[in-house]
Design a protein around this ligand. Structure first.
Ligand SMILES: NC(=O)c1ccc[n+]([C@@H]2O[C@H](COP(=O)([O-])OP(=O)(O)OC[C@H]3O[C@@H](n4cnc5c(N)ncnc54)[C@H](O)[C@@H]3O)[C@@H](O)[C@H]2O)c1
Length: 463
């Protein structure tokens, strides 16, 4: 039996450790956090995050070999393998502000591990980090003059929120980077042995530390780039009467391109893509690779522009003003099947509509609490309404911003009857049946396709 510890009980630490505990009943898995409320929630029936399948995994393993605690120091002392999955947000101050990763939580954790360790430990980077962070970690951990005490590994997490449990149970690959020394390789093997309890061996990749750290940033940059690429083409489709669904299908059938991640939308969000690309951009600038930095930064600029463009389309098609108009936003989460609203395009669109003085009603099946928190002072100006029917009552427009399955199954006839006329639908995820909505009387504005309107539509009007 090994004692596994995870520091950081967030969207990554909680689900990952729950899946490890479920699949490795022979090991004891402890998850710690400085956030007492979060730990209490992990110990309760109301888990702190919404994720399909998570409750079941936690139910199987909790109190058997999965435990949650705030006693960080004691559990560091007892651990054999320590996973670190604390948050690594974008720095908001000083050197690298708005770009570099803020490593303060990371470094604090490293020092805490050093202070409370007297036996050999494998320290695993699970957080997403700038390439060569393991070196800094090693320097801190070796600063007490006992270099043999720690081996640092990189084991980035590739799970996607909304499908985290499936991604962990059946990962495309598990990546483990380590030093090419005998003790580094023994540490790699120890971690391989844990995953091999349920992951086929040929899906467990082992690399050097720097390839592993960098691969995580690059994977997220490539995924986000796909979203920005198809979104850029959605704008061109709207100008040319090409249809983004047809274009995506046609290019996606090319096996070199592949069909996934080709859905036009209001853009990517979540805590990772944005910050990881900025991190990559910062690294490139640091190494003087300005062209590479600019290339990747454009992925973020395109994402921002897509959201601005969406709001511009809403305002211009609603006769150039939304001031005082009730608008129901369907979705607050950054994507379906998560309650996470970090960097959510839905909230950015909400903010922009508030600037236009619209009366915004936000409806989401799982993300309203987080949305309230993320909007901060602006939350006062927003109505939070879990019932999408109530949200649309008396509204001029509905904008679909998260691709929740629930939104496709609503009775839009009755919604239409309850709305102000002319009624508009802006489908920022292309999930609704546009022709059917049009037949009911809605003016329908999909993404990357011509609008279906009951009045003369000449595109953008001058003011
Ligand atoms: N969310 C994702 O989908 C995802 C996917 C892959 C990788 N990642 C990466 O994983 C890391 C964690 O992401 P997250 O979404 O789980 O973040 P999170 O904010 O949900 O969780 C981080 C947790 O760490 C805790 N923490 C911070 N400092 C601590 C300390 N000194 N001691 C103990 N606990 C501490 C916080 O209280 C928080 O609960 C980030 O680097 C992120 O980039 C996230």
């Amino acid at each position: 039996m090994a004692n596994l510890l995870c520091i950081g009980a967030g969207y990554v630490g909680g689900p990952t450790m729950a899946v490890i505990a479920k699949n490795c009943p022979q090991h004891r898995v402890m998850v710690v956090d400085i956030n007492e409320a979060r730990i209490k929630a992990w110990q309760s029936d109301h888990l702190p995050i919404y994720e399909p399948g998570l409750e079941e995994v936690v139910r199987i393993a909790r109190d058997r070999n999965l435990f949650f605690s705030t006693e960080i120091n004691r559990h560091i002392a007892e651990a054999d393998i320590i996973f670190v999955s604390v948050n690594t947000p974008t720095k908001t101050y000083g050197q690298g502000a708005g770009r570099a990763a803020d490593l303060q939580y990371w470094e604090k954790t490293a020092r805490q591990i050093l202070e409370h360790s007297s036996t050999h430990k494998i320290v695993v980077e699970k957080s997403t980090l700038p390439v060569r962070t393991a070196e800094a970690m090693e320097r801190i951990l070796q600063s007490n003059g006992n270099p043999a005490l720690f081996d640092v590994l990189s084991n980035p997490e590739f799970l996607a929120e909304g499908t985290a449990i499936r991604d962990m149970e059946e990962p495309d690959r598990v990546l483990i980077g380590g030093r090419q020394t005998p003790s580094g390789q023994a540490a790699v093997q120890a971690l391989v042995d844990i995953y091999a309890n349920w992951v086929p061996r040929d899906r467990i990749l082992t690399t050097n530390l720097w390839s592993s750290e960098l691969s995580k940033l690059v994977a997220n940059a490539f995924l986000a780039q796909r979203v920005s690429s198809i979104n850029s083409i959605s704008a061109l489709c709207e100008k040319t009467e090409a249809d983004i669904l047809e274009v995506a299908r046609a290019i996606g059938m090319d096996s070199r391109i592949g069909a996934k991640f080709l859905k036009a939308s209001v853009g990517f969000g979540g805590s990772c893509f944005h910050k990881d690309i900025l991190n990559l951009v910062y690294l490139c600038e640091y190494y003087g690779l300005n062209e590479v930095a600019e290339y990747w930064e454009q992925v973020i600029r395109m994402n921002d522009w897509q959201q601005a463009r969406f709001v511009h389309n809403m305002v211009s098609s609603m006769f150039n003003t939304v001031a005082g108009k009730r608008i129901a936003l369907y979705g607050a989460a950054f994507k379906a099947n998560t309650g996470d609203t970090r960097q959510s395009p839905a909230l950015e669109i909400c903010r922009k509509l508030l600037e236009e003085r619209a009366e915004v009603v936000l409806s989401d099946p799982h993300a309203l609490d987080n949305a309230r928190h993320s909007l901060g002072a602006l939350a006062e100006k927003v109505t939070f309404e879990p019932d999408p029917y109530q949200a649309a009552r008396g509204a001029h427009a509905i904008a679909v911003l998260t691709e929740w399955q629930q939104f496709t199954a609503l009775d839009y006839e009755s919604i239409y009857r309850s709305m102000v006329k002319p009624s508009f639908v802006f489908d920022g995820r292309n999930i609704l049946d546009h022709k059917q909505l049009f037949a009911m009387g809605f003016n329908v504005f999909p993404l990357g396709m011509p609008p279906l309107t009951h009045f003369e539509w000449g595109g953008d009007h001058p003011g």
